[in-house]
Design a protein around this ligand. Structure first.
Ligand code: 3PG
Length: 203
């Protein structure tokens, strides 16, 4: 299955920032125990590259992407390590070009119509709506989605199990991203994820 389709299918993209690589295995094991076979590992800490490498080597069946990718160097590093998708908080032409050249889905962050038009110009049809809670949440997604029916959104920032049902019920929402899925210890992560999976399946 196409990577974007897999993301749509899982509906959940955990945004993970590792402080050290010892956290990688327990966190990914907990996500898997919670039936969430995906992780966006952020380039926000020193160990990001090593964490991505470890994740890709040890969890070949997980959909591992890179997040907070803000420049060409990070994009190339992530692609060389074998990430399946790349997410940015905004749009970077350099990151886009690296992804395009390597056939890697790029989900840039947007909040305005102009940014969506730029994404469309680049052939992008799924964008990260970030920070969703701050920029109007579902109300904004509905308004933007009405103007741009060809675009789907991955709201991120302020999503949790309390508002997830409303987001995923909206046909303009491709998937939801966020760090709420990886908060707490392994048991807590597993339970939050199992609950989130129930919500996305409408159970
Ligand atoms: C991101 O970069 O995607 C956000 O930090 C995630 O936001 P959240 O922590 O509110 O989920």
């Amino acid at each position: 299955m196409d990577v974007l389709e897999q993301i749509k299918d899982i509906k959940l993209v955990p945004v993970v920032t590792f402080k050290n690589i010892e956290e990688v295995a327990p966190t990914l094991d907990a996500l898997l125990a919670g039936d969430v076979n995906c992780a966006e590992i952020c380039f926000r800490t020193e160990c990001a590259k090593d964490a991505i490498k470890l994740a890709i080597n040890n969890y070949p069946n997980m959909l591992i992407g890179a997040g907070t990718v803000i420049n060409k160097t990070q994009a190339i590093e992530a692609i060389e390590l074998g990430v399946k998708f790349i997410v940015s908080p905004g749009f970077s032409e350099d990151v886009y070009l690296a992804c395009f050249a390597n056939n890697i889905p790029y989900l840039p962050g947007i909040v305005t119509p102009t940014e969506i038009m730029n994404a469309i110009d680049h052939g992008i049809s799924v964008v990260k709506f970030f920070p969703a809670g701050v920029y109007g949440g579902l109300k904004a997604i509905n308004a933007l989605g009405a103007a741009f029916p060809q675009v789907k959104f991955m709201p991120t920032g302020g999503v949790d199990n309390n508002n997830l049902a409303d987001f995923v019920a909206n046909s303009k929402v491709w998937a939801c991203g966020g760090s709420w899925l990886v908060k707490g210890n392994s048991e807590e992560i597993k339970n939050i994820c199992l609950q989130a999976r129930k919500i996305v399946k409408g159970e």
